[in-house]
Design a protein around this ligand. Structure first.
Ligand code: ARG
Length: 605
């Protein structure tokens, strides 16, 4: 259920110059909103009739070394940019929000007051991590989705077929989206739509009679069914009788013949159980396991009827189709000549059933870009059917993964991918004997780091890009890899263990943030302040890559500060304390970003 609309435990201190409240901003959860408002106010005051709201839209993050930048031409005000800039500059007095403005061609660059920045950002991170009414960390989250429900369908492998890397991508991206929507206040229903229906189950039934073993099935249903499927497929290639038998069997299944369905039920049940185990290792879970078999016949029949009634159906050689040529989406077959149901029709019927059952405000399908046309047709047909909720559906697509194999050959199973990731990582760790000796459960740690490597490689670039699976690169500790990220977290998490004498820290009001004067510290603080924006952008773009980039930027900033902004050996105790506090805040935010990406931040490795 969605988080309660609890007020933020962070408030702007009353001694700062007052600011107007710009609609849509939320300084109590994203304090950079306040700084942006301060900038917008300066600009708007100098350039009437520009309003603060309009000016606010023009305040962007600056390039390297600049906090915020305003591009003057975007306001389309009369007059030359130099004159406009001069007006803003001539009025300018530094205050507790803004220290400095630099005019550079069409741009104004703003520097925030470091003292205020450090005070507010660290107070906010701390309060929203450790002082929330819910007791759960909330920094970076907001409640814009409160009261709204989203179904996120992802993973959706086919029973008895390969769980290929495409399914893995869907799983990883989908888990991220589920976390993200929850973080933004939505009620999320995670749904796995199994490929558990179709003629191949007739084939497996025939194959199971010949090659099946109950024992093997209990051991590893996914693998055994796949083996049976491969064998019977071979037989079917040479023996047409096998195909006919399979088709007849599936017909019985479609007709609801209990005897024909009994085995299938067991296969499905055992496969789901196995998948659940594997998803758990990936830190992924589903609220609902549904599947193509679960889409009701009536829902599909009703959908077809509605299409007929609306005059949207063309008949072609006994098949029924919807002509989508005018939208360049071809002709979508909705019913085959032999009357058996098909993928598209199941999706259409399934969507109507889901709406009836869940009344979702949004439904997201995380499906490979290889199925772009299918999804376009599917969504278009729903729109043509004039369902008022048809525009609540969204397709989150992604590119291909190339070259996925283990050292033993091509990979078809999820557990092989995870096992390989763990083994390769374990070997990697053994190379550093010194460190290796100190790890408590190296196999488990290797597994976790390995999975982080796989996930980071998958989410590092824009979803739509293809990428080549590369064990060496993804499991290296060098470069922007999963293992590096885990290492960065472990290192920063070690700070409390290494400085027990400083703990517990005094209440935050007693920590003197004015002592955080180093550029490297300021860099960390500014990044921490930007995290709520990173989350908001991810919600808009459905791209995990922005969060990955943020995590690496923060890891690098921590790493740059580590040798110079030291805790042990700080000039005095108040400085040591406030530095320690900054690192603890950085740890909290790095951990939050990692968890959002479905990773489990490690404390030791
Ligand atoms: N099981 C399908 C496949 O592996 C993916 C299902 C995607 N979801 C959907 N509603 N069509 O290709």
């Amino acid at each position: 259920s969605s988080p309660s609309p609890s007020p933020s435990p962070f408030k702007l201190p009353p001694n700062l110059p007052p600011l107007p409240l710009v609609p849509g901003t939320d300084p109590e959860r994203c304090v950079l909103d306040a700084f942006r408002t301060a900038i917008a106010q300066r600009v708007a005051d100098a350039l009437p009739p520009l309003t603060v709201e309009q000016a606010y839209q023009g305040v962007d993050y600056g390039k390297k070394g600049v906090d915020f930048t305003v591009a003057l031409p975007r306001f389309r005000l009369p007059g030359k940019v130099d004159e406009l800039a001069a007006k803003v500059l001539s009025n300018f007095q530094p205050d507790e929000w803004i220290d400095n403005i630099v005019h550079d061609k069409a741009f104004l660059h703003f520097t925030l007051r470091t003292r205020t920045l450090a005070r507010l950002v660290l107070d906010q991170v701390h309060a929203l991590t450790h002082e929330t009414a819910s007791g759960a960390p909330e920094y970076g989250t907001h409640a814009t989705g409160r009261g709204k429900r989203v179904i996120i369908e992802y993973s959706s492998p086919n029973i008895a077929k390969q769980f290929h890397v495409g399914h893995l991508r869907s799983t990883i991206i989908g888990a991220f989206l589920a976390n993200l929507y929850k973080a933004c206040g939505w009620e999320v229903i995670s749904m796995n739509y199994l490929g558990d229906w179709g003629t191949q189950f007739g084939l497996i039934a025939v194959g199971f009679d010949k090659y099946g073993s109950r024992e093997e099935l209990e051991k590893d249903a996914i693998k055994h069914l796949f083996d049976v499927y491969v064998k019977i497929n071979k037989d079917a290639e040479t023996d047409p009788a096998v195909k006919a038998e399979a088709a007849a069997f599936f017909r019985r299944m479609e007709d609801g013949d209990e005897e024909a369905l009994a085995n299938w039920r067991v296969w499905r049940e055992l496969s789901v159980r196995k998948y659940e185990e594997e998803y758990a290792r990936l830190n992924v879970r589903f609220d609902v396991y549904t599947g193509e078999s679960q889409v009701g016949k009536e829902a599909q029949a009703q959908a077809l009827q509605r299409l007929e009634d609306m005059g949207l159906i063309d008949e072609h050689e006994g098949a029924k189709l919807v002509n989508l040529e005018q939208w360049k989406m071809g002709k979508a077959v909705v019913r085959k000549k032999d009357g058996t149901s098909i993928y598209l029709t199941r999706d259409i019927g399934g969507a109507t059933e889901r709406y009836e059952k869940y009344k979702f405000d949004k439904m997201i399908y995380v499906i490979s870009s290889q199925q772009d046309l299918h999804v376009k047709q599917f969504f278009k047909v729903l729109k043509l059917m004039e369902f008022p909720w048809a525009d609540r559906l969204e397709h989150v697509n992604y590119g291909l993964v190339l070259g996925m194999s283990t050292r033993r050959g091509t990979v078809v199973f999820l557990n092989e991918i995870m096992r390989e990731a763990g083994t390769v990582m374990h070997e990697q760790m053994r190379k550093n004997e010194e460190k290796y000796k100190n790890v408590e459960d190296p196999a488990a740690v290797a597994q976790e780091i390995g999975i982080t490597g796989v996930k980071i490689q998958d989410m590092a670039a824009k979803r739509i890009n293809n990428y080549t699976f590369n064990w060496d690169r993804m499991l290296s500790f060098e470069g922007d890899t999963g293992p590096y990220l885990q290492y960065a977290h472990v290192r920063i998490a070690s700070i409390s263990r290494k400085n027990p004498a400083l703990l517990p820290l005094p209440p935050r009001a007693a920590l003197d943030t004015a002592l955080l004067t180093e550029p490297a510290a300021r860099e960390i603080v500014l990044l921490l302040g930007s995290y709520p924006d990173v989350v908001a952008t991810a919600l808009r773009t459905h791209e995990p890559s922005g969060v990955v980039t943020f995590a690496f930027r923060l890891a690098h900033a921590i790493s740059s500060a580590w040798e110079t902004v030291v805790v042990k050996g700080a000039p005095d105790e108040p400085t040591a304390r406030v530095r320690m506090w900054m690192y603890l805040c950085a740890r909290d935010v790095l951990g939050a970003a990692m968890r959002l990406l479905s990773l489990q931040p490690l404390e030791r490795m």
